[in-house]
Design a protein around this ligand. Structure first.
Ligand code: GLC
Length: 542
């Protein structure tokens, strides 16, 4: 075991709580459901997935108009998910097996039903008025400025009662808190303290680069883009320097507790923004999502470029964090495409995710190749889906119930699932994939185990192997005596290359893991041959 902190060493697994496992038959996943599935995640043996930490999507009391990202009470657990006692039990059960638990924290906005907002909108002189961002229109019937919300449309919502607009970076039922108000700042630190005191190991910080907007509300410069949100260069409504300062405050508080971690959702299409939140590794967030990587299309060259950029620009002491998909995006299995090579591509992608330098975050269901489901309009739940249908189908397709078995409702619930189970569950489910040694699930398990056994994969340096054939992404991970080469063939062709590998420490490479068998065998002198979508992970020592 290395002495790296858990958030660098380990693999984090995102659980969309409502979709993971339902213990009480109400059709929605819950905390007790997760407790029942902990063995699947990590029972200490090679037959479980072996993840080190789980991140739960929000579990606070909420009207659930945005899947819990609309909080009504930060100091509670929503009864749909269970009780505070259930939460305590889950936390303890995680800790007993050496796993960490991170919760999602939505600091940028609340639900419009939060009592603070109910008060705030009641009158202009209410003591909570300034807890949210209220402004006059710039002219009758015109919002204060021309910003566009992440969820499209104006982020300003007119409120008759007091004849002012409130600001919402996301949807209109998610009013932004006013972080310039010291009371708000204090209260949000209290929220962190409350959960840290309970023993949570860290937080995933929702929209962390959105906490502050420009005080003068200056309009953003225009630019070309594929949809209205991208027609503006978002320099005044996101990633403001004050949000970075707030992140530092959060870090300061976090550091008064041992071994905790902050992982920021830096929501942006600018690569620089994500690294900005890493500071020098000690004064800002521990981890921040690198969205660029999750958006790369199927191409060895593009992934190499995206990783190379991060490696080059990350501050000294900063630590990369990679994910391929999450509850907001199209699921990897569908997004990466590949037709009959889809499964093979998913294996290549998993090998990359789990062997790069940095913390990998897996999204529940990714390990069994759950596809992006086609959720019909009439049962759609996502407010973005219902609002923009048919232009956008929203995010429900990434949130269908976890596929545990081929039984009714994929073994997710004994009741009526809140979103329909994807039909692929008949053959794509944990139980069946568990039995097949070559399945994607068992591939994830092997890679996670390999990572946990090899310091070079956890902590080693990252170096690209240059001049490989087109469509191949290959790199070295080196730490002390340990040298690991990861060779990924993104193409559906067989490729060969020799001199690149021989030039690296001769030909004394041994196969550690391969998608096509041959583990433990030495590689033939002078030649590496990768079959279509083959992954070879080799090792040599000095
Ligand atoms: C984040 C969450 C997303 C949510 C939004 C508003 O992007 O990941 O699910 O809808 O913030 O809170």
């Amino acid at each position: 075991m290395s002495d790296l902190p858990w958030w660098k060493r380990g693999v984090i697994y995102e659980i969309p709580v409502a979709s993971f496992a339902d213990s009480d038959g109400d059709g929605k996943g819950d905390l007790r459901g997760i407790i029942q599935k902990l063995d699947y995640l990590n029972d200490g043996t090679a037959s479980s997935l072996g993840v080190d930490a789980i991140w739960l999507t929000p579990t606070n009391a909420s009207p659930m108009r945005d899947f819990g990202y609309d909080v009504r009470d930060y100091y509670s657990i929503d009864p749909r998910f269970g009780t505070m006692a259930d939460f305590g039990e889950l936390l303890e059960a995680c800790h007993e097996r050496g796993m960490r638990l991170m919760t999602d924290l939505v600091l940028n906005h609340t639900s419009e039903e939060h009592p603070w907002f109910v008060e705030s909108r009641a009158s202009r002189d209410n003591p909570k008025r300034d807890w949210y961002v209220w402004r006059d229109g710039r002219a009758p019937g015109k919002p204060p400025n021309r910003w566009v919300s992440v969820a499209e449309g104006s982020p300003w919502q007119y409120d008759d009662a007091t004849d002012q607009y409130y600001y919402h970076a996301f949807l209109d039922f998610q009013p932004d808190l006013n972080w310039r108000n010291p009371e708000v700042r204090r209260e949000m630190l209290n929220v962190l303290e409350f959960w840290l005191d309970k023993g949570v190991d860290g937080f995933r910080l929702d929209l962390i680069n959105f906490l502050y907007e420009d005080e003068l509300l200056r309009d953003n410069p225009r630019r070309l883009g594929r949809r209205p949100y991208f027609w503006q260069h978002h320099i005044y409504d996101r990633s403001r320097p004050e949000s970075l300062e707030a992140a530092r405050d959060l870090r300061g508080l976090c550091d008064t507790y041992p071994d905790r971690a902050l992982m920021g959702e830096v929501c942006t299409d600018e690569r620089d923004d994500a690294v900005a939140y890493l500071g020098d590794g000690s004064d800002s967030l521990h981890l921040s999502f690198y969205l660029d990587f999750a958006r790369v299309r199927w191409s060895a060259e593009r992934f190499r470029e995206s990783v190379g950029w991060l490696e080059k620009h990350i501050p000294a002491g900063g630590w990369p964090c990679y994910y391929l998909n999450n509850h907001d995006m199209s699921r990897t299995f569908t997004r990466l495409g590949g037709g009959r090579y889809a499964e093979a591509r998913a294996k290549v992608a998993a090998a990359m995710l789990l062997t790069l330098r940095g913390t990998p975050v897996i999204y529940a269901g990714e390990e069994i190749g759950m596809p992006m489901s086609k959720v019909p309009r009439r049962v759609m739940k996502d407010p973005l889906g219902t609002k923009y249908w048919p232009l956008s189908h929203g995010r429900d397709g990434a949130r269908t119930p976890m596929q545990w078995s081929a039984e009714k409702n994929a073994g997710f619930t004994s009741g009526e699932p809140w979103l329909p189970v994807d039909p692929s569950y008949a053959h794509r489910n944990v139980e069946d994939l568990d039995r097949d040694p070559d399945s994607l699930l068992n591939w994830y398990r092997r890679l996670i185990r390999l990572r946990s056994e090899r310091l070079a994969l956890q902590a080693g340096s990252y170096r690209v192997i240059e001049d490989t054939p087109k469509g191949v992404y290959a790199y070295l991970r080196e730490s002390g005596e340990q040298r690991i080469a990861v060779l990924l063939n993104f193409t559906s062709r067989t490729v060969t290359f020799a001199k690149q590998m021989d030039a690296l420490y001769g030909a004394a490479w041994k196969t550690l893991v391969s998608t096509h068998g041959a583990e433990g065998e030495p590689t033939p002198h002078g030649g590496i041959r990768l079959r279509p979508c083959e992954v070879l992970i080799l090792e040599t020592s000095a």
